[in-house]
Design a protein around this ligand. Structure first.
Ligand SMILES: Cc1cc2nc3c(=O)[nH]c(=O)nc-3n(C[C@H](O)[C@H](O)[C@H](O)COP(=O)(O)OP(=O)(O)OC[C@H]3O[C@@H](n4cnc5c(N)ncnc54)[C@H](O)[C@@H]3O)c2cc1C
Length: 430
């Protein structure tokens, strides 16, 4: 969902630290003669400091992501980390590169010499960084063991990097640089403790397959029986993992049943290796469930609710609709639900049974051609929204579906003058 804390605040915070670091590094130029080697050396130093700051933010934000989920949404934090790690890589690699250029000596920065321990550990942490980056790119196909090693490597990387930063170069005594490093170390320790406590708690939560129920030709609902009830809000998702066949990498799926039920339902579309393996699970097999996460939920907002769903993007709405159908306090919901054909429409018979007073449904089929049926043909667009949603000013629009549908709906809502804050989006892109 659109975050509740604007991300630019984070970038203002980062820019502030980067500017102060730039000032600290380049301050000597004010009194010294500028030479090209000194400039290259200082750029290398600055890249190192910023690279280490960014790297620490990446590790700390990973460790505390479960806490910050309530403000930003876990999926957004992970997507941020993926992009931010590329920016971090540029700074980390620029660090030794500029030193090499400034000194003309390449081997000093490539081969660790343990007689100069801080520099040697810096070089080793650079290699660990490259390994961790490569593993993160290839992480989809990992086993549980490889996953654990990657995490241990990340902590080794941080502490080697910290030792290197504290004991190498001309800024080791600088109070500002030292304070930043102290803050990062504190953040790292708090993050590590938080993560460990979370993992211990999570290990006690176990889920076993109760049933795999097919909904359409390529979509099924995985019904899990947990050893204790999971508290979640309608619209939230969990990460699922399988501890077999190198399928340990996490995959997000929205809970499709109502929060008051004991079991957990995940309605899944077959798209690749992981979803296929899930569809073949047998009764009694264990699925590792981490969650709930996400902020694509209904708050106590005023106004009508308009749900724009595409394909398997119906899952968060199904949880909300099922939840509301059991509650006494019913809001008006308008559901515009697009699928390829009628047969591909997940939960159609259940939705048809609820369709009535508080829930109004319009189906859209992009590939159906049956003149007797009542539905709209094509995709959700301005005209359709205008035709069915009268009080648009006082409506909250929730969108969930494939990327193309999500982008189109957002564009069309904006073209209709709907305020940004009334458009709430969940992205299934992973
Ligand atoms: C918050 C959130 C909630 C979600 N809820 C649901 C849900 O309720 N039901 C559901 O069916 N799906 C849901 N998804 C999407 C789901 O996580 C992916 O479809 C699934 O993880 C893909 O698994 P796979 O079998 O393709 O795995 P793999 O075999 O590991 O994937 C193969 C490759 O296909 C590509 N790919 C497949 N699907 C996606 C995708 N969605 N985005 C980007 N690349 C993709 C990737 O390149 C991937 O490496 C959700 C995603 C998010 C972010």
């Amino acid at each position: 969902m659109d975050r509740k804390i604007p991300p630019y605040l984070f970038f203002i915070f980062l820019s502030f630290f980067s500017i102060v670091l730039t000032f600290v590094v380049f301050k000597p130029f004010i009194s010294e003669d500028i030479s090209i080697n000194l400039v290259l050396y200082s750029v290398g130093k600055l890249a190192g400091l910023i690279g280490f700051l960014f790297l620490s933010i990446l590790i700390i934000s990973g460790d505390t992501a479960r806490f910050f989920d309530r403000f930003f949404g876990m999926d957004k934090i992970i997507k941020f980390q993926r992009k931010f790690s590329l920016i971090t890589a540029v700074f980390v690699i620029a660090h030794p590169l500029f030193f090499m250029l400034s000194s003309g000596n390449y081997l000093n920065y490539l081969i660790p010499d343990f007689a100069v321990l801080p520099l040697a550990l810096g070089i080793i942490s650079l290699y660990i960084f490259v390994i961790v980056m490569a593993c993160s790119i290839l992480y989809k196909r990992v086993s549980y063991q490889s996953w654990q090693y990657i995490h241990i490597l990340t902590y080794i990387l941080f502490f080697f990097g910290l030792y290197h930063a504290l004991n190498t170069g001309s800024d080791t005594g600088n109070i500002f640089v030292k304070s930043i490093l102290d803050i990062l170390l504190t953040g790292m320790i708090i993050g590590g403790i938080y993560r460990t406590c979370y993992k211990i708690k999570q290990r006690k939560f176990k889920c076993f397959v109760k049933e795999v129920k097919w909904e359409t030709k390529d979509t099924f609902t995985l019904i899990l029986k947990p050893n204790k009830k999971l508290n979640f809000k309608a619209g939230q998702f969990c990460f699922l993992r399988l501890n077999k066949d190198k399928l340990y990498a996490r995959h997000p799926f929205t809970i499709s049943n109502s929060p008051d039920e004991e079991d957990l339902h995940f309605t899944v579309k077959l798209t690749g290796k992981f979803t296929k393996a899930v569809s073949e699970l047998k009764k009694g097999e264990e699925v590792i469930v981490d969650g709930p996460f996400g902020i694509f939920t209904l708050e106590n907002n005023k106004g009508n609710l308009v749900f724009l769903a595409g394909g398997v993007g119906i899952t968060p709405f199904m949880s909300m609709i099922r939840n509301q159908s059991k509650s006494n306090d019913k809001k008006n919901i308008f559901l515009l639900y697009g699928s390829k054909k009628e047969n591909d429409t997940i939960f159609k018979s259940e939705l048809d049974r609820i369709n009535g007073k508080w829930l109004k449904i319009i189906y859209l089929f992009s590939q159906e051609d049956n003149p007797k049926k009542i539905y709209e043909k094509g995709y959700i667009n301005k005209e359709i929204i205008k035709k069915y949603v009268e009080d648009r000013e006082n409506s909250l629009f929730y969108i969930c579906g494939p990327e193309s549908m999500k982008r189109l709906c957002e564009k069309e809502l904006k073209a209709l003058g709907i305020n940004n804050k009334n458009i709430i989006i969940e992205s299934f892109f992973w």
